[in-house]
Design a binder for this molecule. Structure first.
Ligand code: GDP
Ligand code: IMO
Ligand code: MG
Length: 425
């Protein structure tokens, strides 16, 4: 059974949650490897809609094990709330959820720092973060001042947290923000620790043992390649490696144990938050894509910026992640369009550019070179076999694969589990 890494190939919200849910059937263990509660992964099962933030999207399948890897930053209060919400809807995680003792803890001061730094950034420099404390927590991890989930169970935890709070309250004061109450944090985190204690464990050894026993792992990326801290549109990125490389460092699984990489890509492009987006449509067509695709952030509810498919971005993602095949989602959103445009290259300062420049000021100056593809203007939602798609829809998908250099494996034509076509994968 293969071990699979699944990544987002654009700016997040590609429909990873849905594809993970479908692939969980064929896997034994689903593992989140980076990010935190900034993620919002939607899974629709029948009339039920679930949005998962920290818990792997595999949890909705009874009996599957789910792991929050060491590369994730965990807000214990948000995690407990998510566990309780699921339990309230009849989905209990007992015995199936494992949290790495090496995963870093998000504190209220991380959230406060995230919010205040964002508030103080000048217009044009704001990142538009989710304000979930992600950047400051990864910052503390790199600065070696973070606390980890294993520490949450240590008798010295309250003392260690108080030390951090003393420093962070000085910084918050300097930023003109309210201090955080130490006793309240200690109490809330002690309570959360009690709930989470049975789940906190050495997931690194556990996962490597599972691989030796022949179990099949599905490694779930959050965010997307263009939000990756190294390969994305820095500084308009998140603070972790959302690309396939992050799957090894975020779980402790060696690279040669990964058998395949699936890239999830929308049939058009969206982005939430600030930063360059060459194919963005600020006109009626963009608004139409947002409307037809219900493009609102699953975590913050913000409207997502919408635009045409950017083959330069997808080709770059295929290269960095080593995408073996695509899961193309939301094809149905394009059903009514007369003409669909695809960006095949950029033009910048009078030159043709074929790959994503590292300099965002240059990326900002890039204008898309478009190819126009005729729309199929036929509903695709009820199609269950690739062969039965309208010829123009097939031609569109085939063109995306040709332009991006990776084949199609999965095609999604609706939010439900059964609106998923497998194509040779
Ligand atoms: P993720 O963060 O990558 O898991 O994606 P989100 O859940 O944030 O956003 C994807 C949205 O598209 C969710 O509302 C899904 O229910 C929905 N979705 C996923 N696949 C499809 C599809 O093929 N067609 C349509 N219309 N919606 C889809
Ligand atoms: P999923 O997993 C889309 C964006 C934010 C902001 C930037 C930095 O659902 O695809 P952060 O809070 O991480 O410091 O914000 O990254 N962002 C996402 N956009 N989908 C996500 O996750 C995102 N997680 C963060 O909007 O621009
Ligand atoms: Mg999302």
């Amino acid at each position: 059974m293969p071990n699979t890494v699944l990544i987002g190939a654009q700016w997040g919200d590609e429909g990873k949650g849905k594809i993970i849910d479908v692939l969980t059937q064929e896997s034994d263990i689903v593992v989140r490897y980076q990010g935190g509660s900034n993620a919002g992964h939607t899974v629709e099962i029948g009339a039920q809609r679930y949005v998962l933030h920290l818990i792997p999207s595999g949890i909705l399948h009874a009996g599957k094990q789910c792991v929050i890897g060491n590369g994730v930053v965990v807000d214990p209060l948000a995690l407990v709330a998510e566990i309780e919400e699921l339990a309230g809807r009849g989905k209990r995680v007992d015995g199936n959820l494992f949290i790495s003792d090496r995963a870093h803890v998000v504190f209220p001061y991380h959230r406060a720092l995230d919010e205040n730094r964002e508030r103080l950034r000048q217009k044009g420099e704001k990142i538009g973060t989710t304000k979930r404390g992600i950047g400051p927590t990864y910052g503390d991890k790199a600065a070696r001042t973070g606390l980890r989930m294993g520490d949450l169970l240590d008798p010295l935890f309250a003392e260690m947290a108080a030390e951090r709070l003393a420093e962070k309250n000085k910084i918050l004061g300097a930023l003109g923000a309210e201090p955080i109450d130490t006793a309240a944090v200690q109490e809330a985190y002690a309570k959360a620790a009690q709930v989470l204690a049975p789940c906190i464990t050495d997931t690194v050894t556990r996962l490597n043992r599972a691989i030796r026993e022949g179990k099949s792992l599905l490694l779930e990326g959050a965010q997307g390649t263009m939000l990756d801290i190294d390969f994305g549109t820095y500084p308009f990125v998140t603070s972790s490696n959302a690309t396939a490389g992050g799957a090894c460092t975020g779980t402790g699984i060696p690279p040669h144990r990964i058998d395949r990489v699936i890239g999830v890509v929308k049939a058009y492009t969206t982005r939430v938050g600030e930063g360059p987006f060459p194919t963005e449509l600020t006109d009626a067509t963009g608004a139409r894509l947002g409307r037809e695709g219900h493009e609102f952030g699953a975590t913050t509810g913000r409207p997502r910026r919408c635009g045409w498919f950017d083959a330069v971005v997808a080709r770059y993602s295929a290269m960095i992640n080593g995408v073996d095949f695509w899961a193309i989602t939301k094809l149905d959103v394009l059903d009514k369009l007369e003409t669909i445009r695809v960006c095949v290259a950029y033009e910048c300062d009078g030159r043709r550019v074929e790959c994503v420049p590292s300099n965002i000021r240059m990326l900002d100056r890039c204008t898309p070179v478009y190819e126009d593809i005729p729309g199929w203007q036929t509903p695709t939602r009820d199609v269950t076999r690739f062969e039965d798609l309208p010829a123009r829809a097939k031609a569109y998908v085939e063109r995306l694969c040709e332009l991006t250099g990776a084949p199609l494996g999965i095609l999604s034509v609706g939010p439900r589990r059964d609106s998923t076509l497998r194509v040779g994968a």
